[in-house]
Design a protein around this ligand. Structure first.
Ligand SMILES: [Zn+2]
Length: 166
């Protein structure tokens, strides 16, 4: 994983919102429309990725969407480290909240998905295909359980590290 690089800055939540919202669901490159992801069937139309409602009728260019590309490359955009004694005691409940965040976010934003939930130094590391989901998970944990929350954002590469601890 290419995560050891510099360029991460710690931000307050308000700063983060400004910076990340500015980059909202930005697309890295232009695509011919409509395009359909050969992996997850998300459809790119009118400059956005959507879940196709009608089974994707009509011809579309076959591509790999940015989320599936990240999954294939094992190159997450968001890293959420969850740890602490309280977490250890309420692990299942807290991870269910994390999953719930994904379901909610993914419904309207196909590029925001959880990649992996893996044990990691004293807790769990959740990796995501999008920075918005990582931010949402951090917010939801703080809203639900207090604890301490930190955001580190690498604007150049649009990578977000979130650390929640309780
Ligand atoms: Zn896809």
């Amino acid at each position: 994983m290419k995560t050891g690089r510099g360029g991460f800055r710690m931000l307050r939540r308000e700063q983060l919102l400004q910076e990340v919202v500015h980059d909202t669901y930005k697309l890295p490159r232009k695509l011919a429309e409509p395009a359909r992801c050969s992996e997850c069937a998300a459809v790119f139309r009118d400059g956005r990725w959507k879940w196709s409602s009608a089974g994707g009728a009509g011809p579309a260019h076959e591509v790999l969407c940015p989320a599936c590309q990240r999954i294939r490359d094992d190159f997450p955009a968001g890293f959420v480290h969850v740890s602490g004694e309280f977490f250890a005691q309420h692990r299942d409940e807290i991870l269910a909240l994390v999953r719930h965040c994904e379901e909610t976010e993914k419904r309207n934003h196909p590029l925001e998905r959880i990649m992996k939930v893996a044990d990691d130094s004293g807790g769990v590391l959740v990796t995501t295909t999008g920075v918005h989901l990582a931010r949402r998970i951090g917010d939801a944990l703080e809203d639900g359980y207090k604890g301490s929350l930190e955001f580190h954002y690498n604007k150049e590469e649009q990578l977000l590290r979130v650390a929640w601890r309780r």
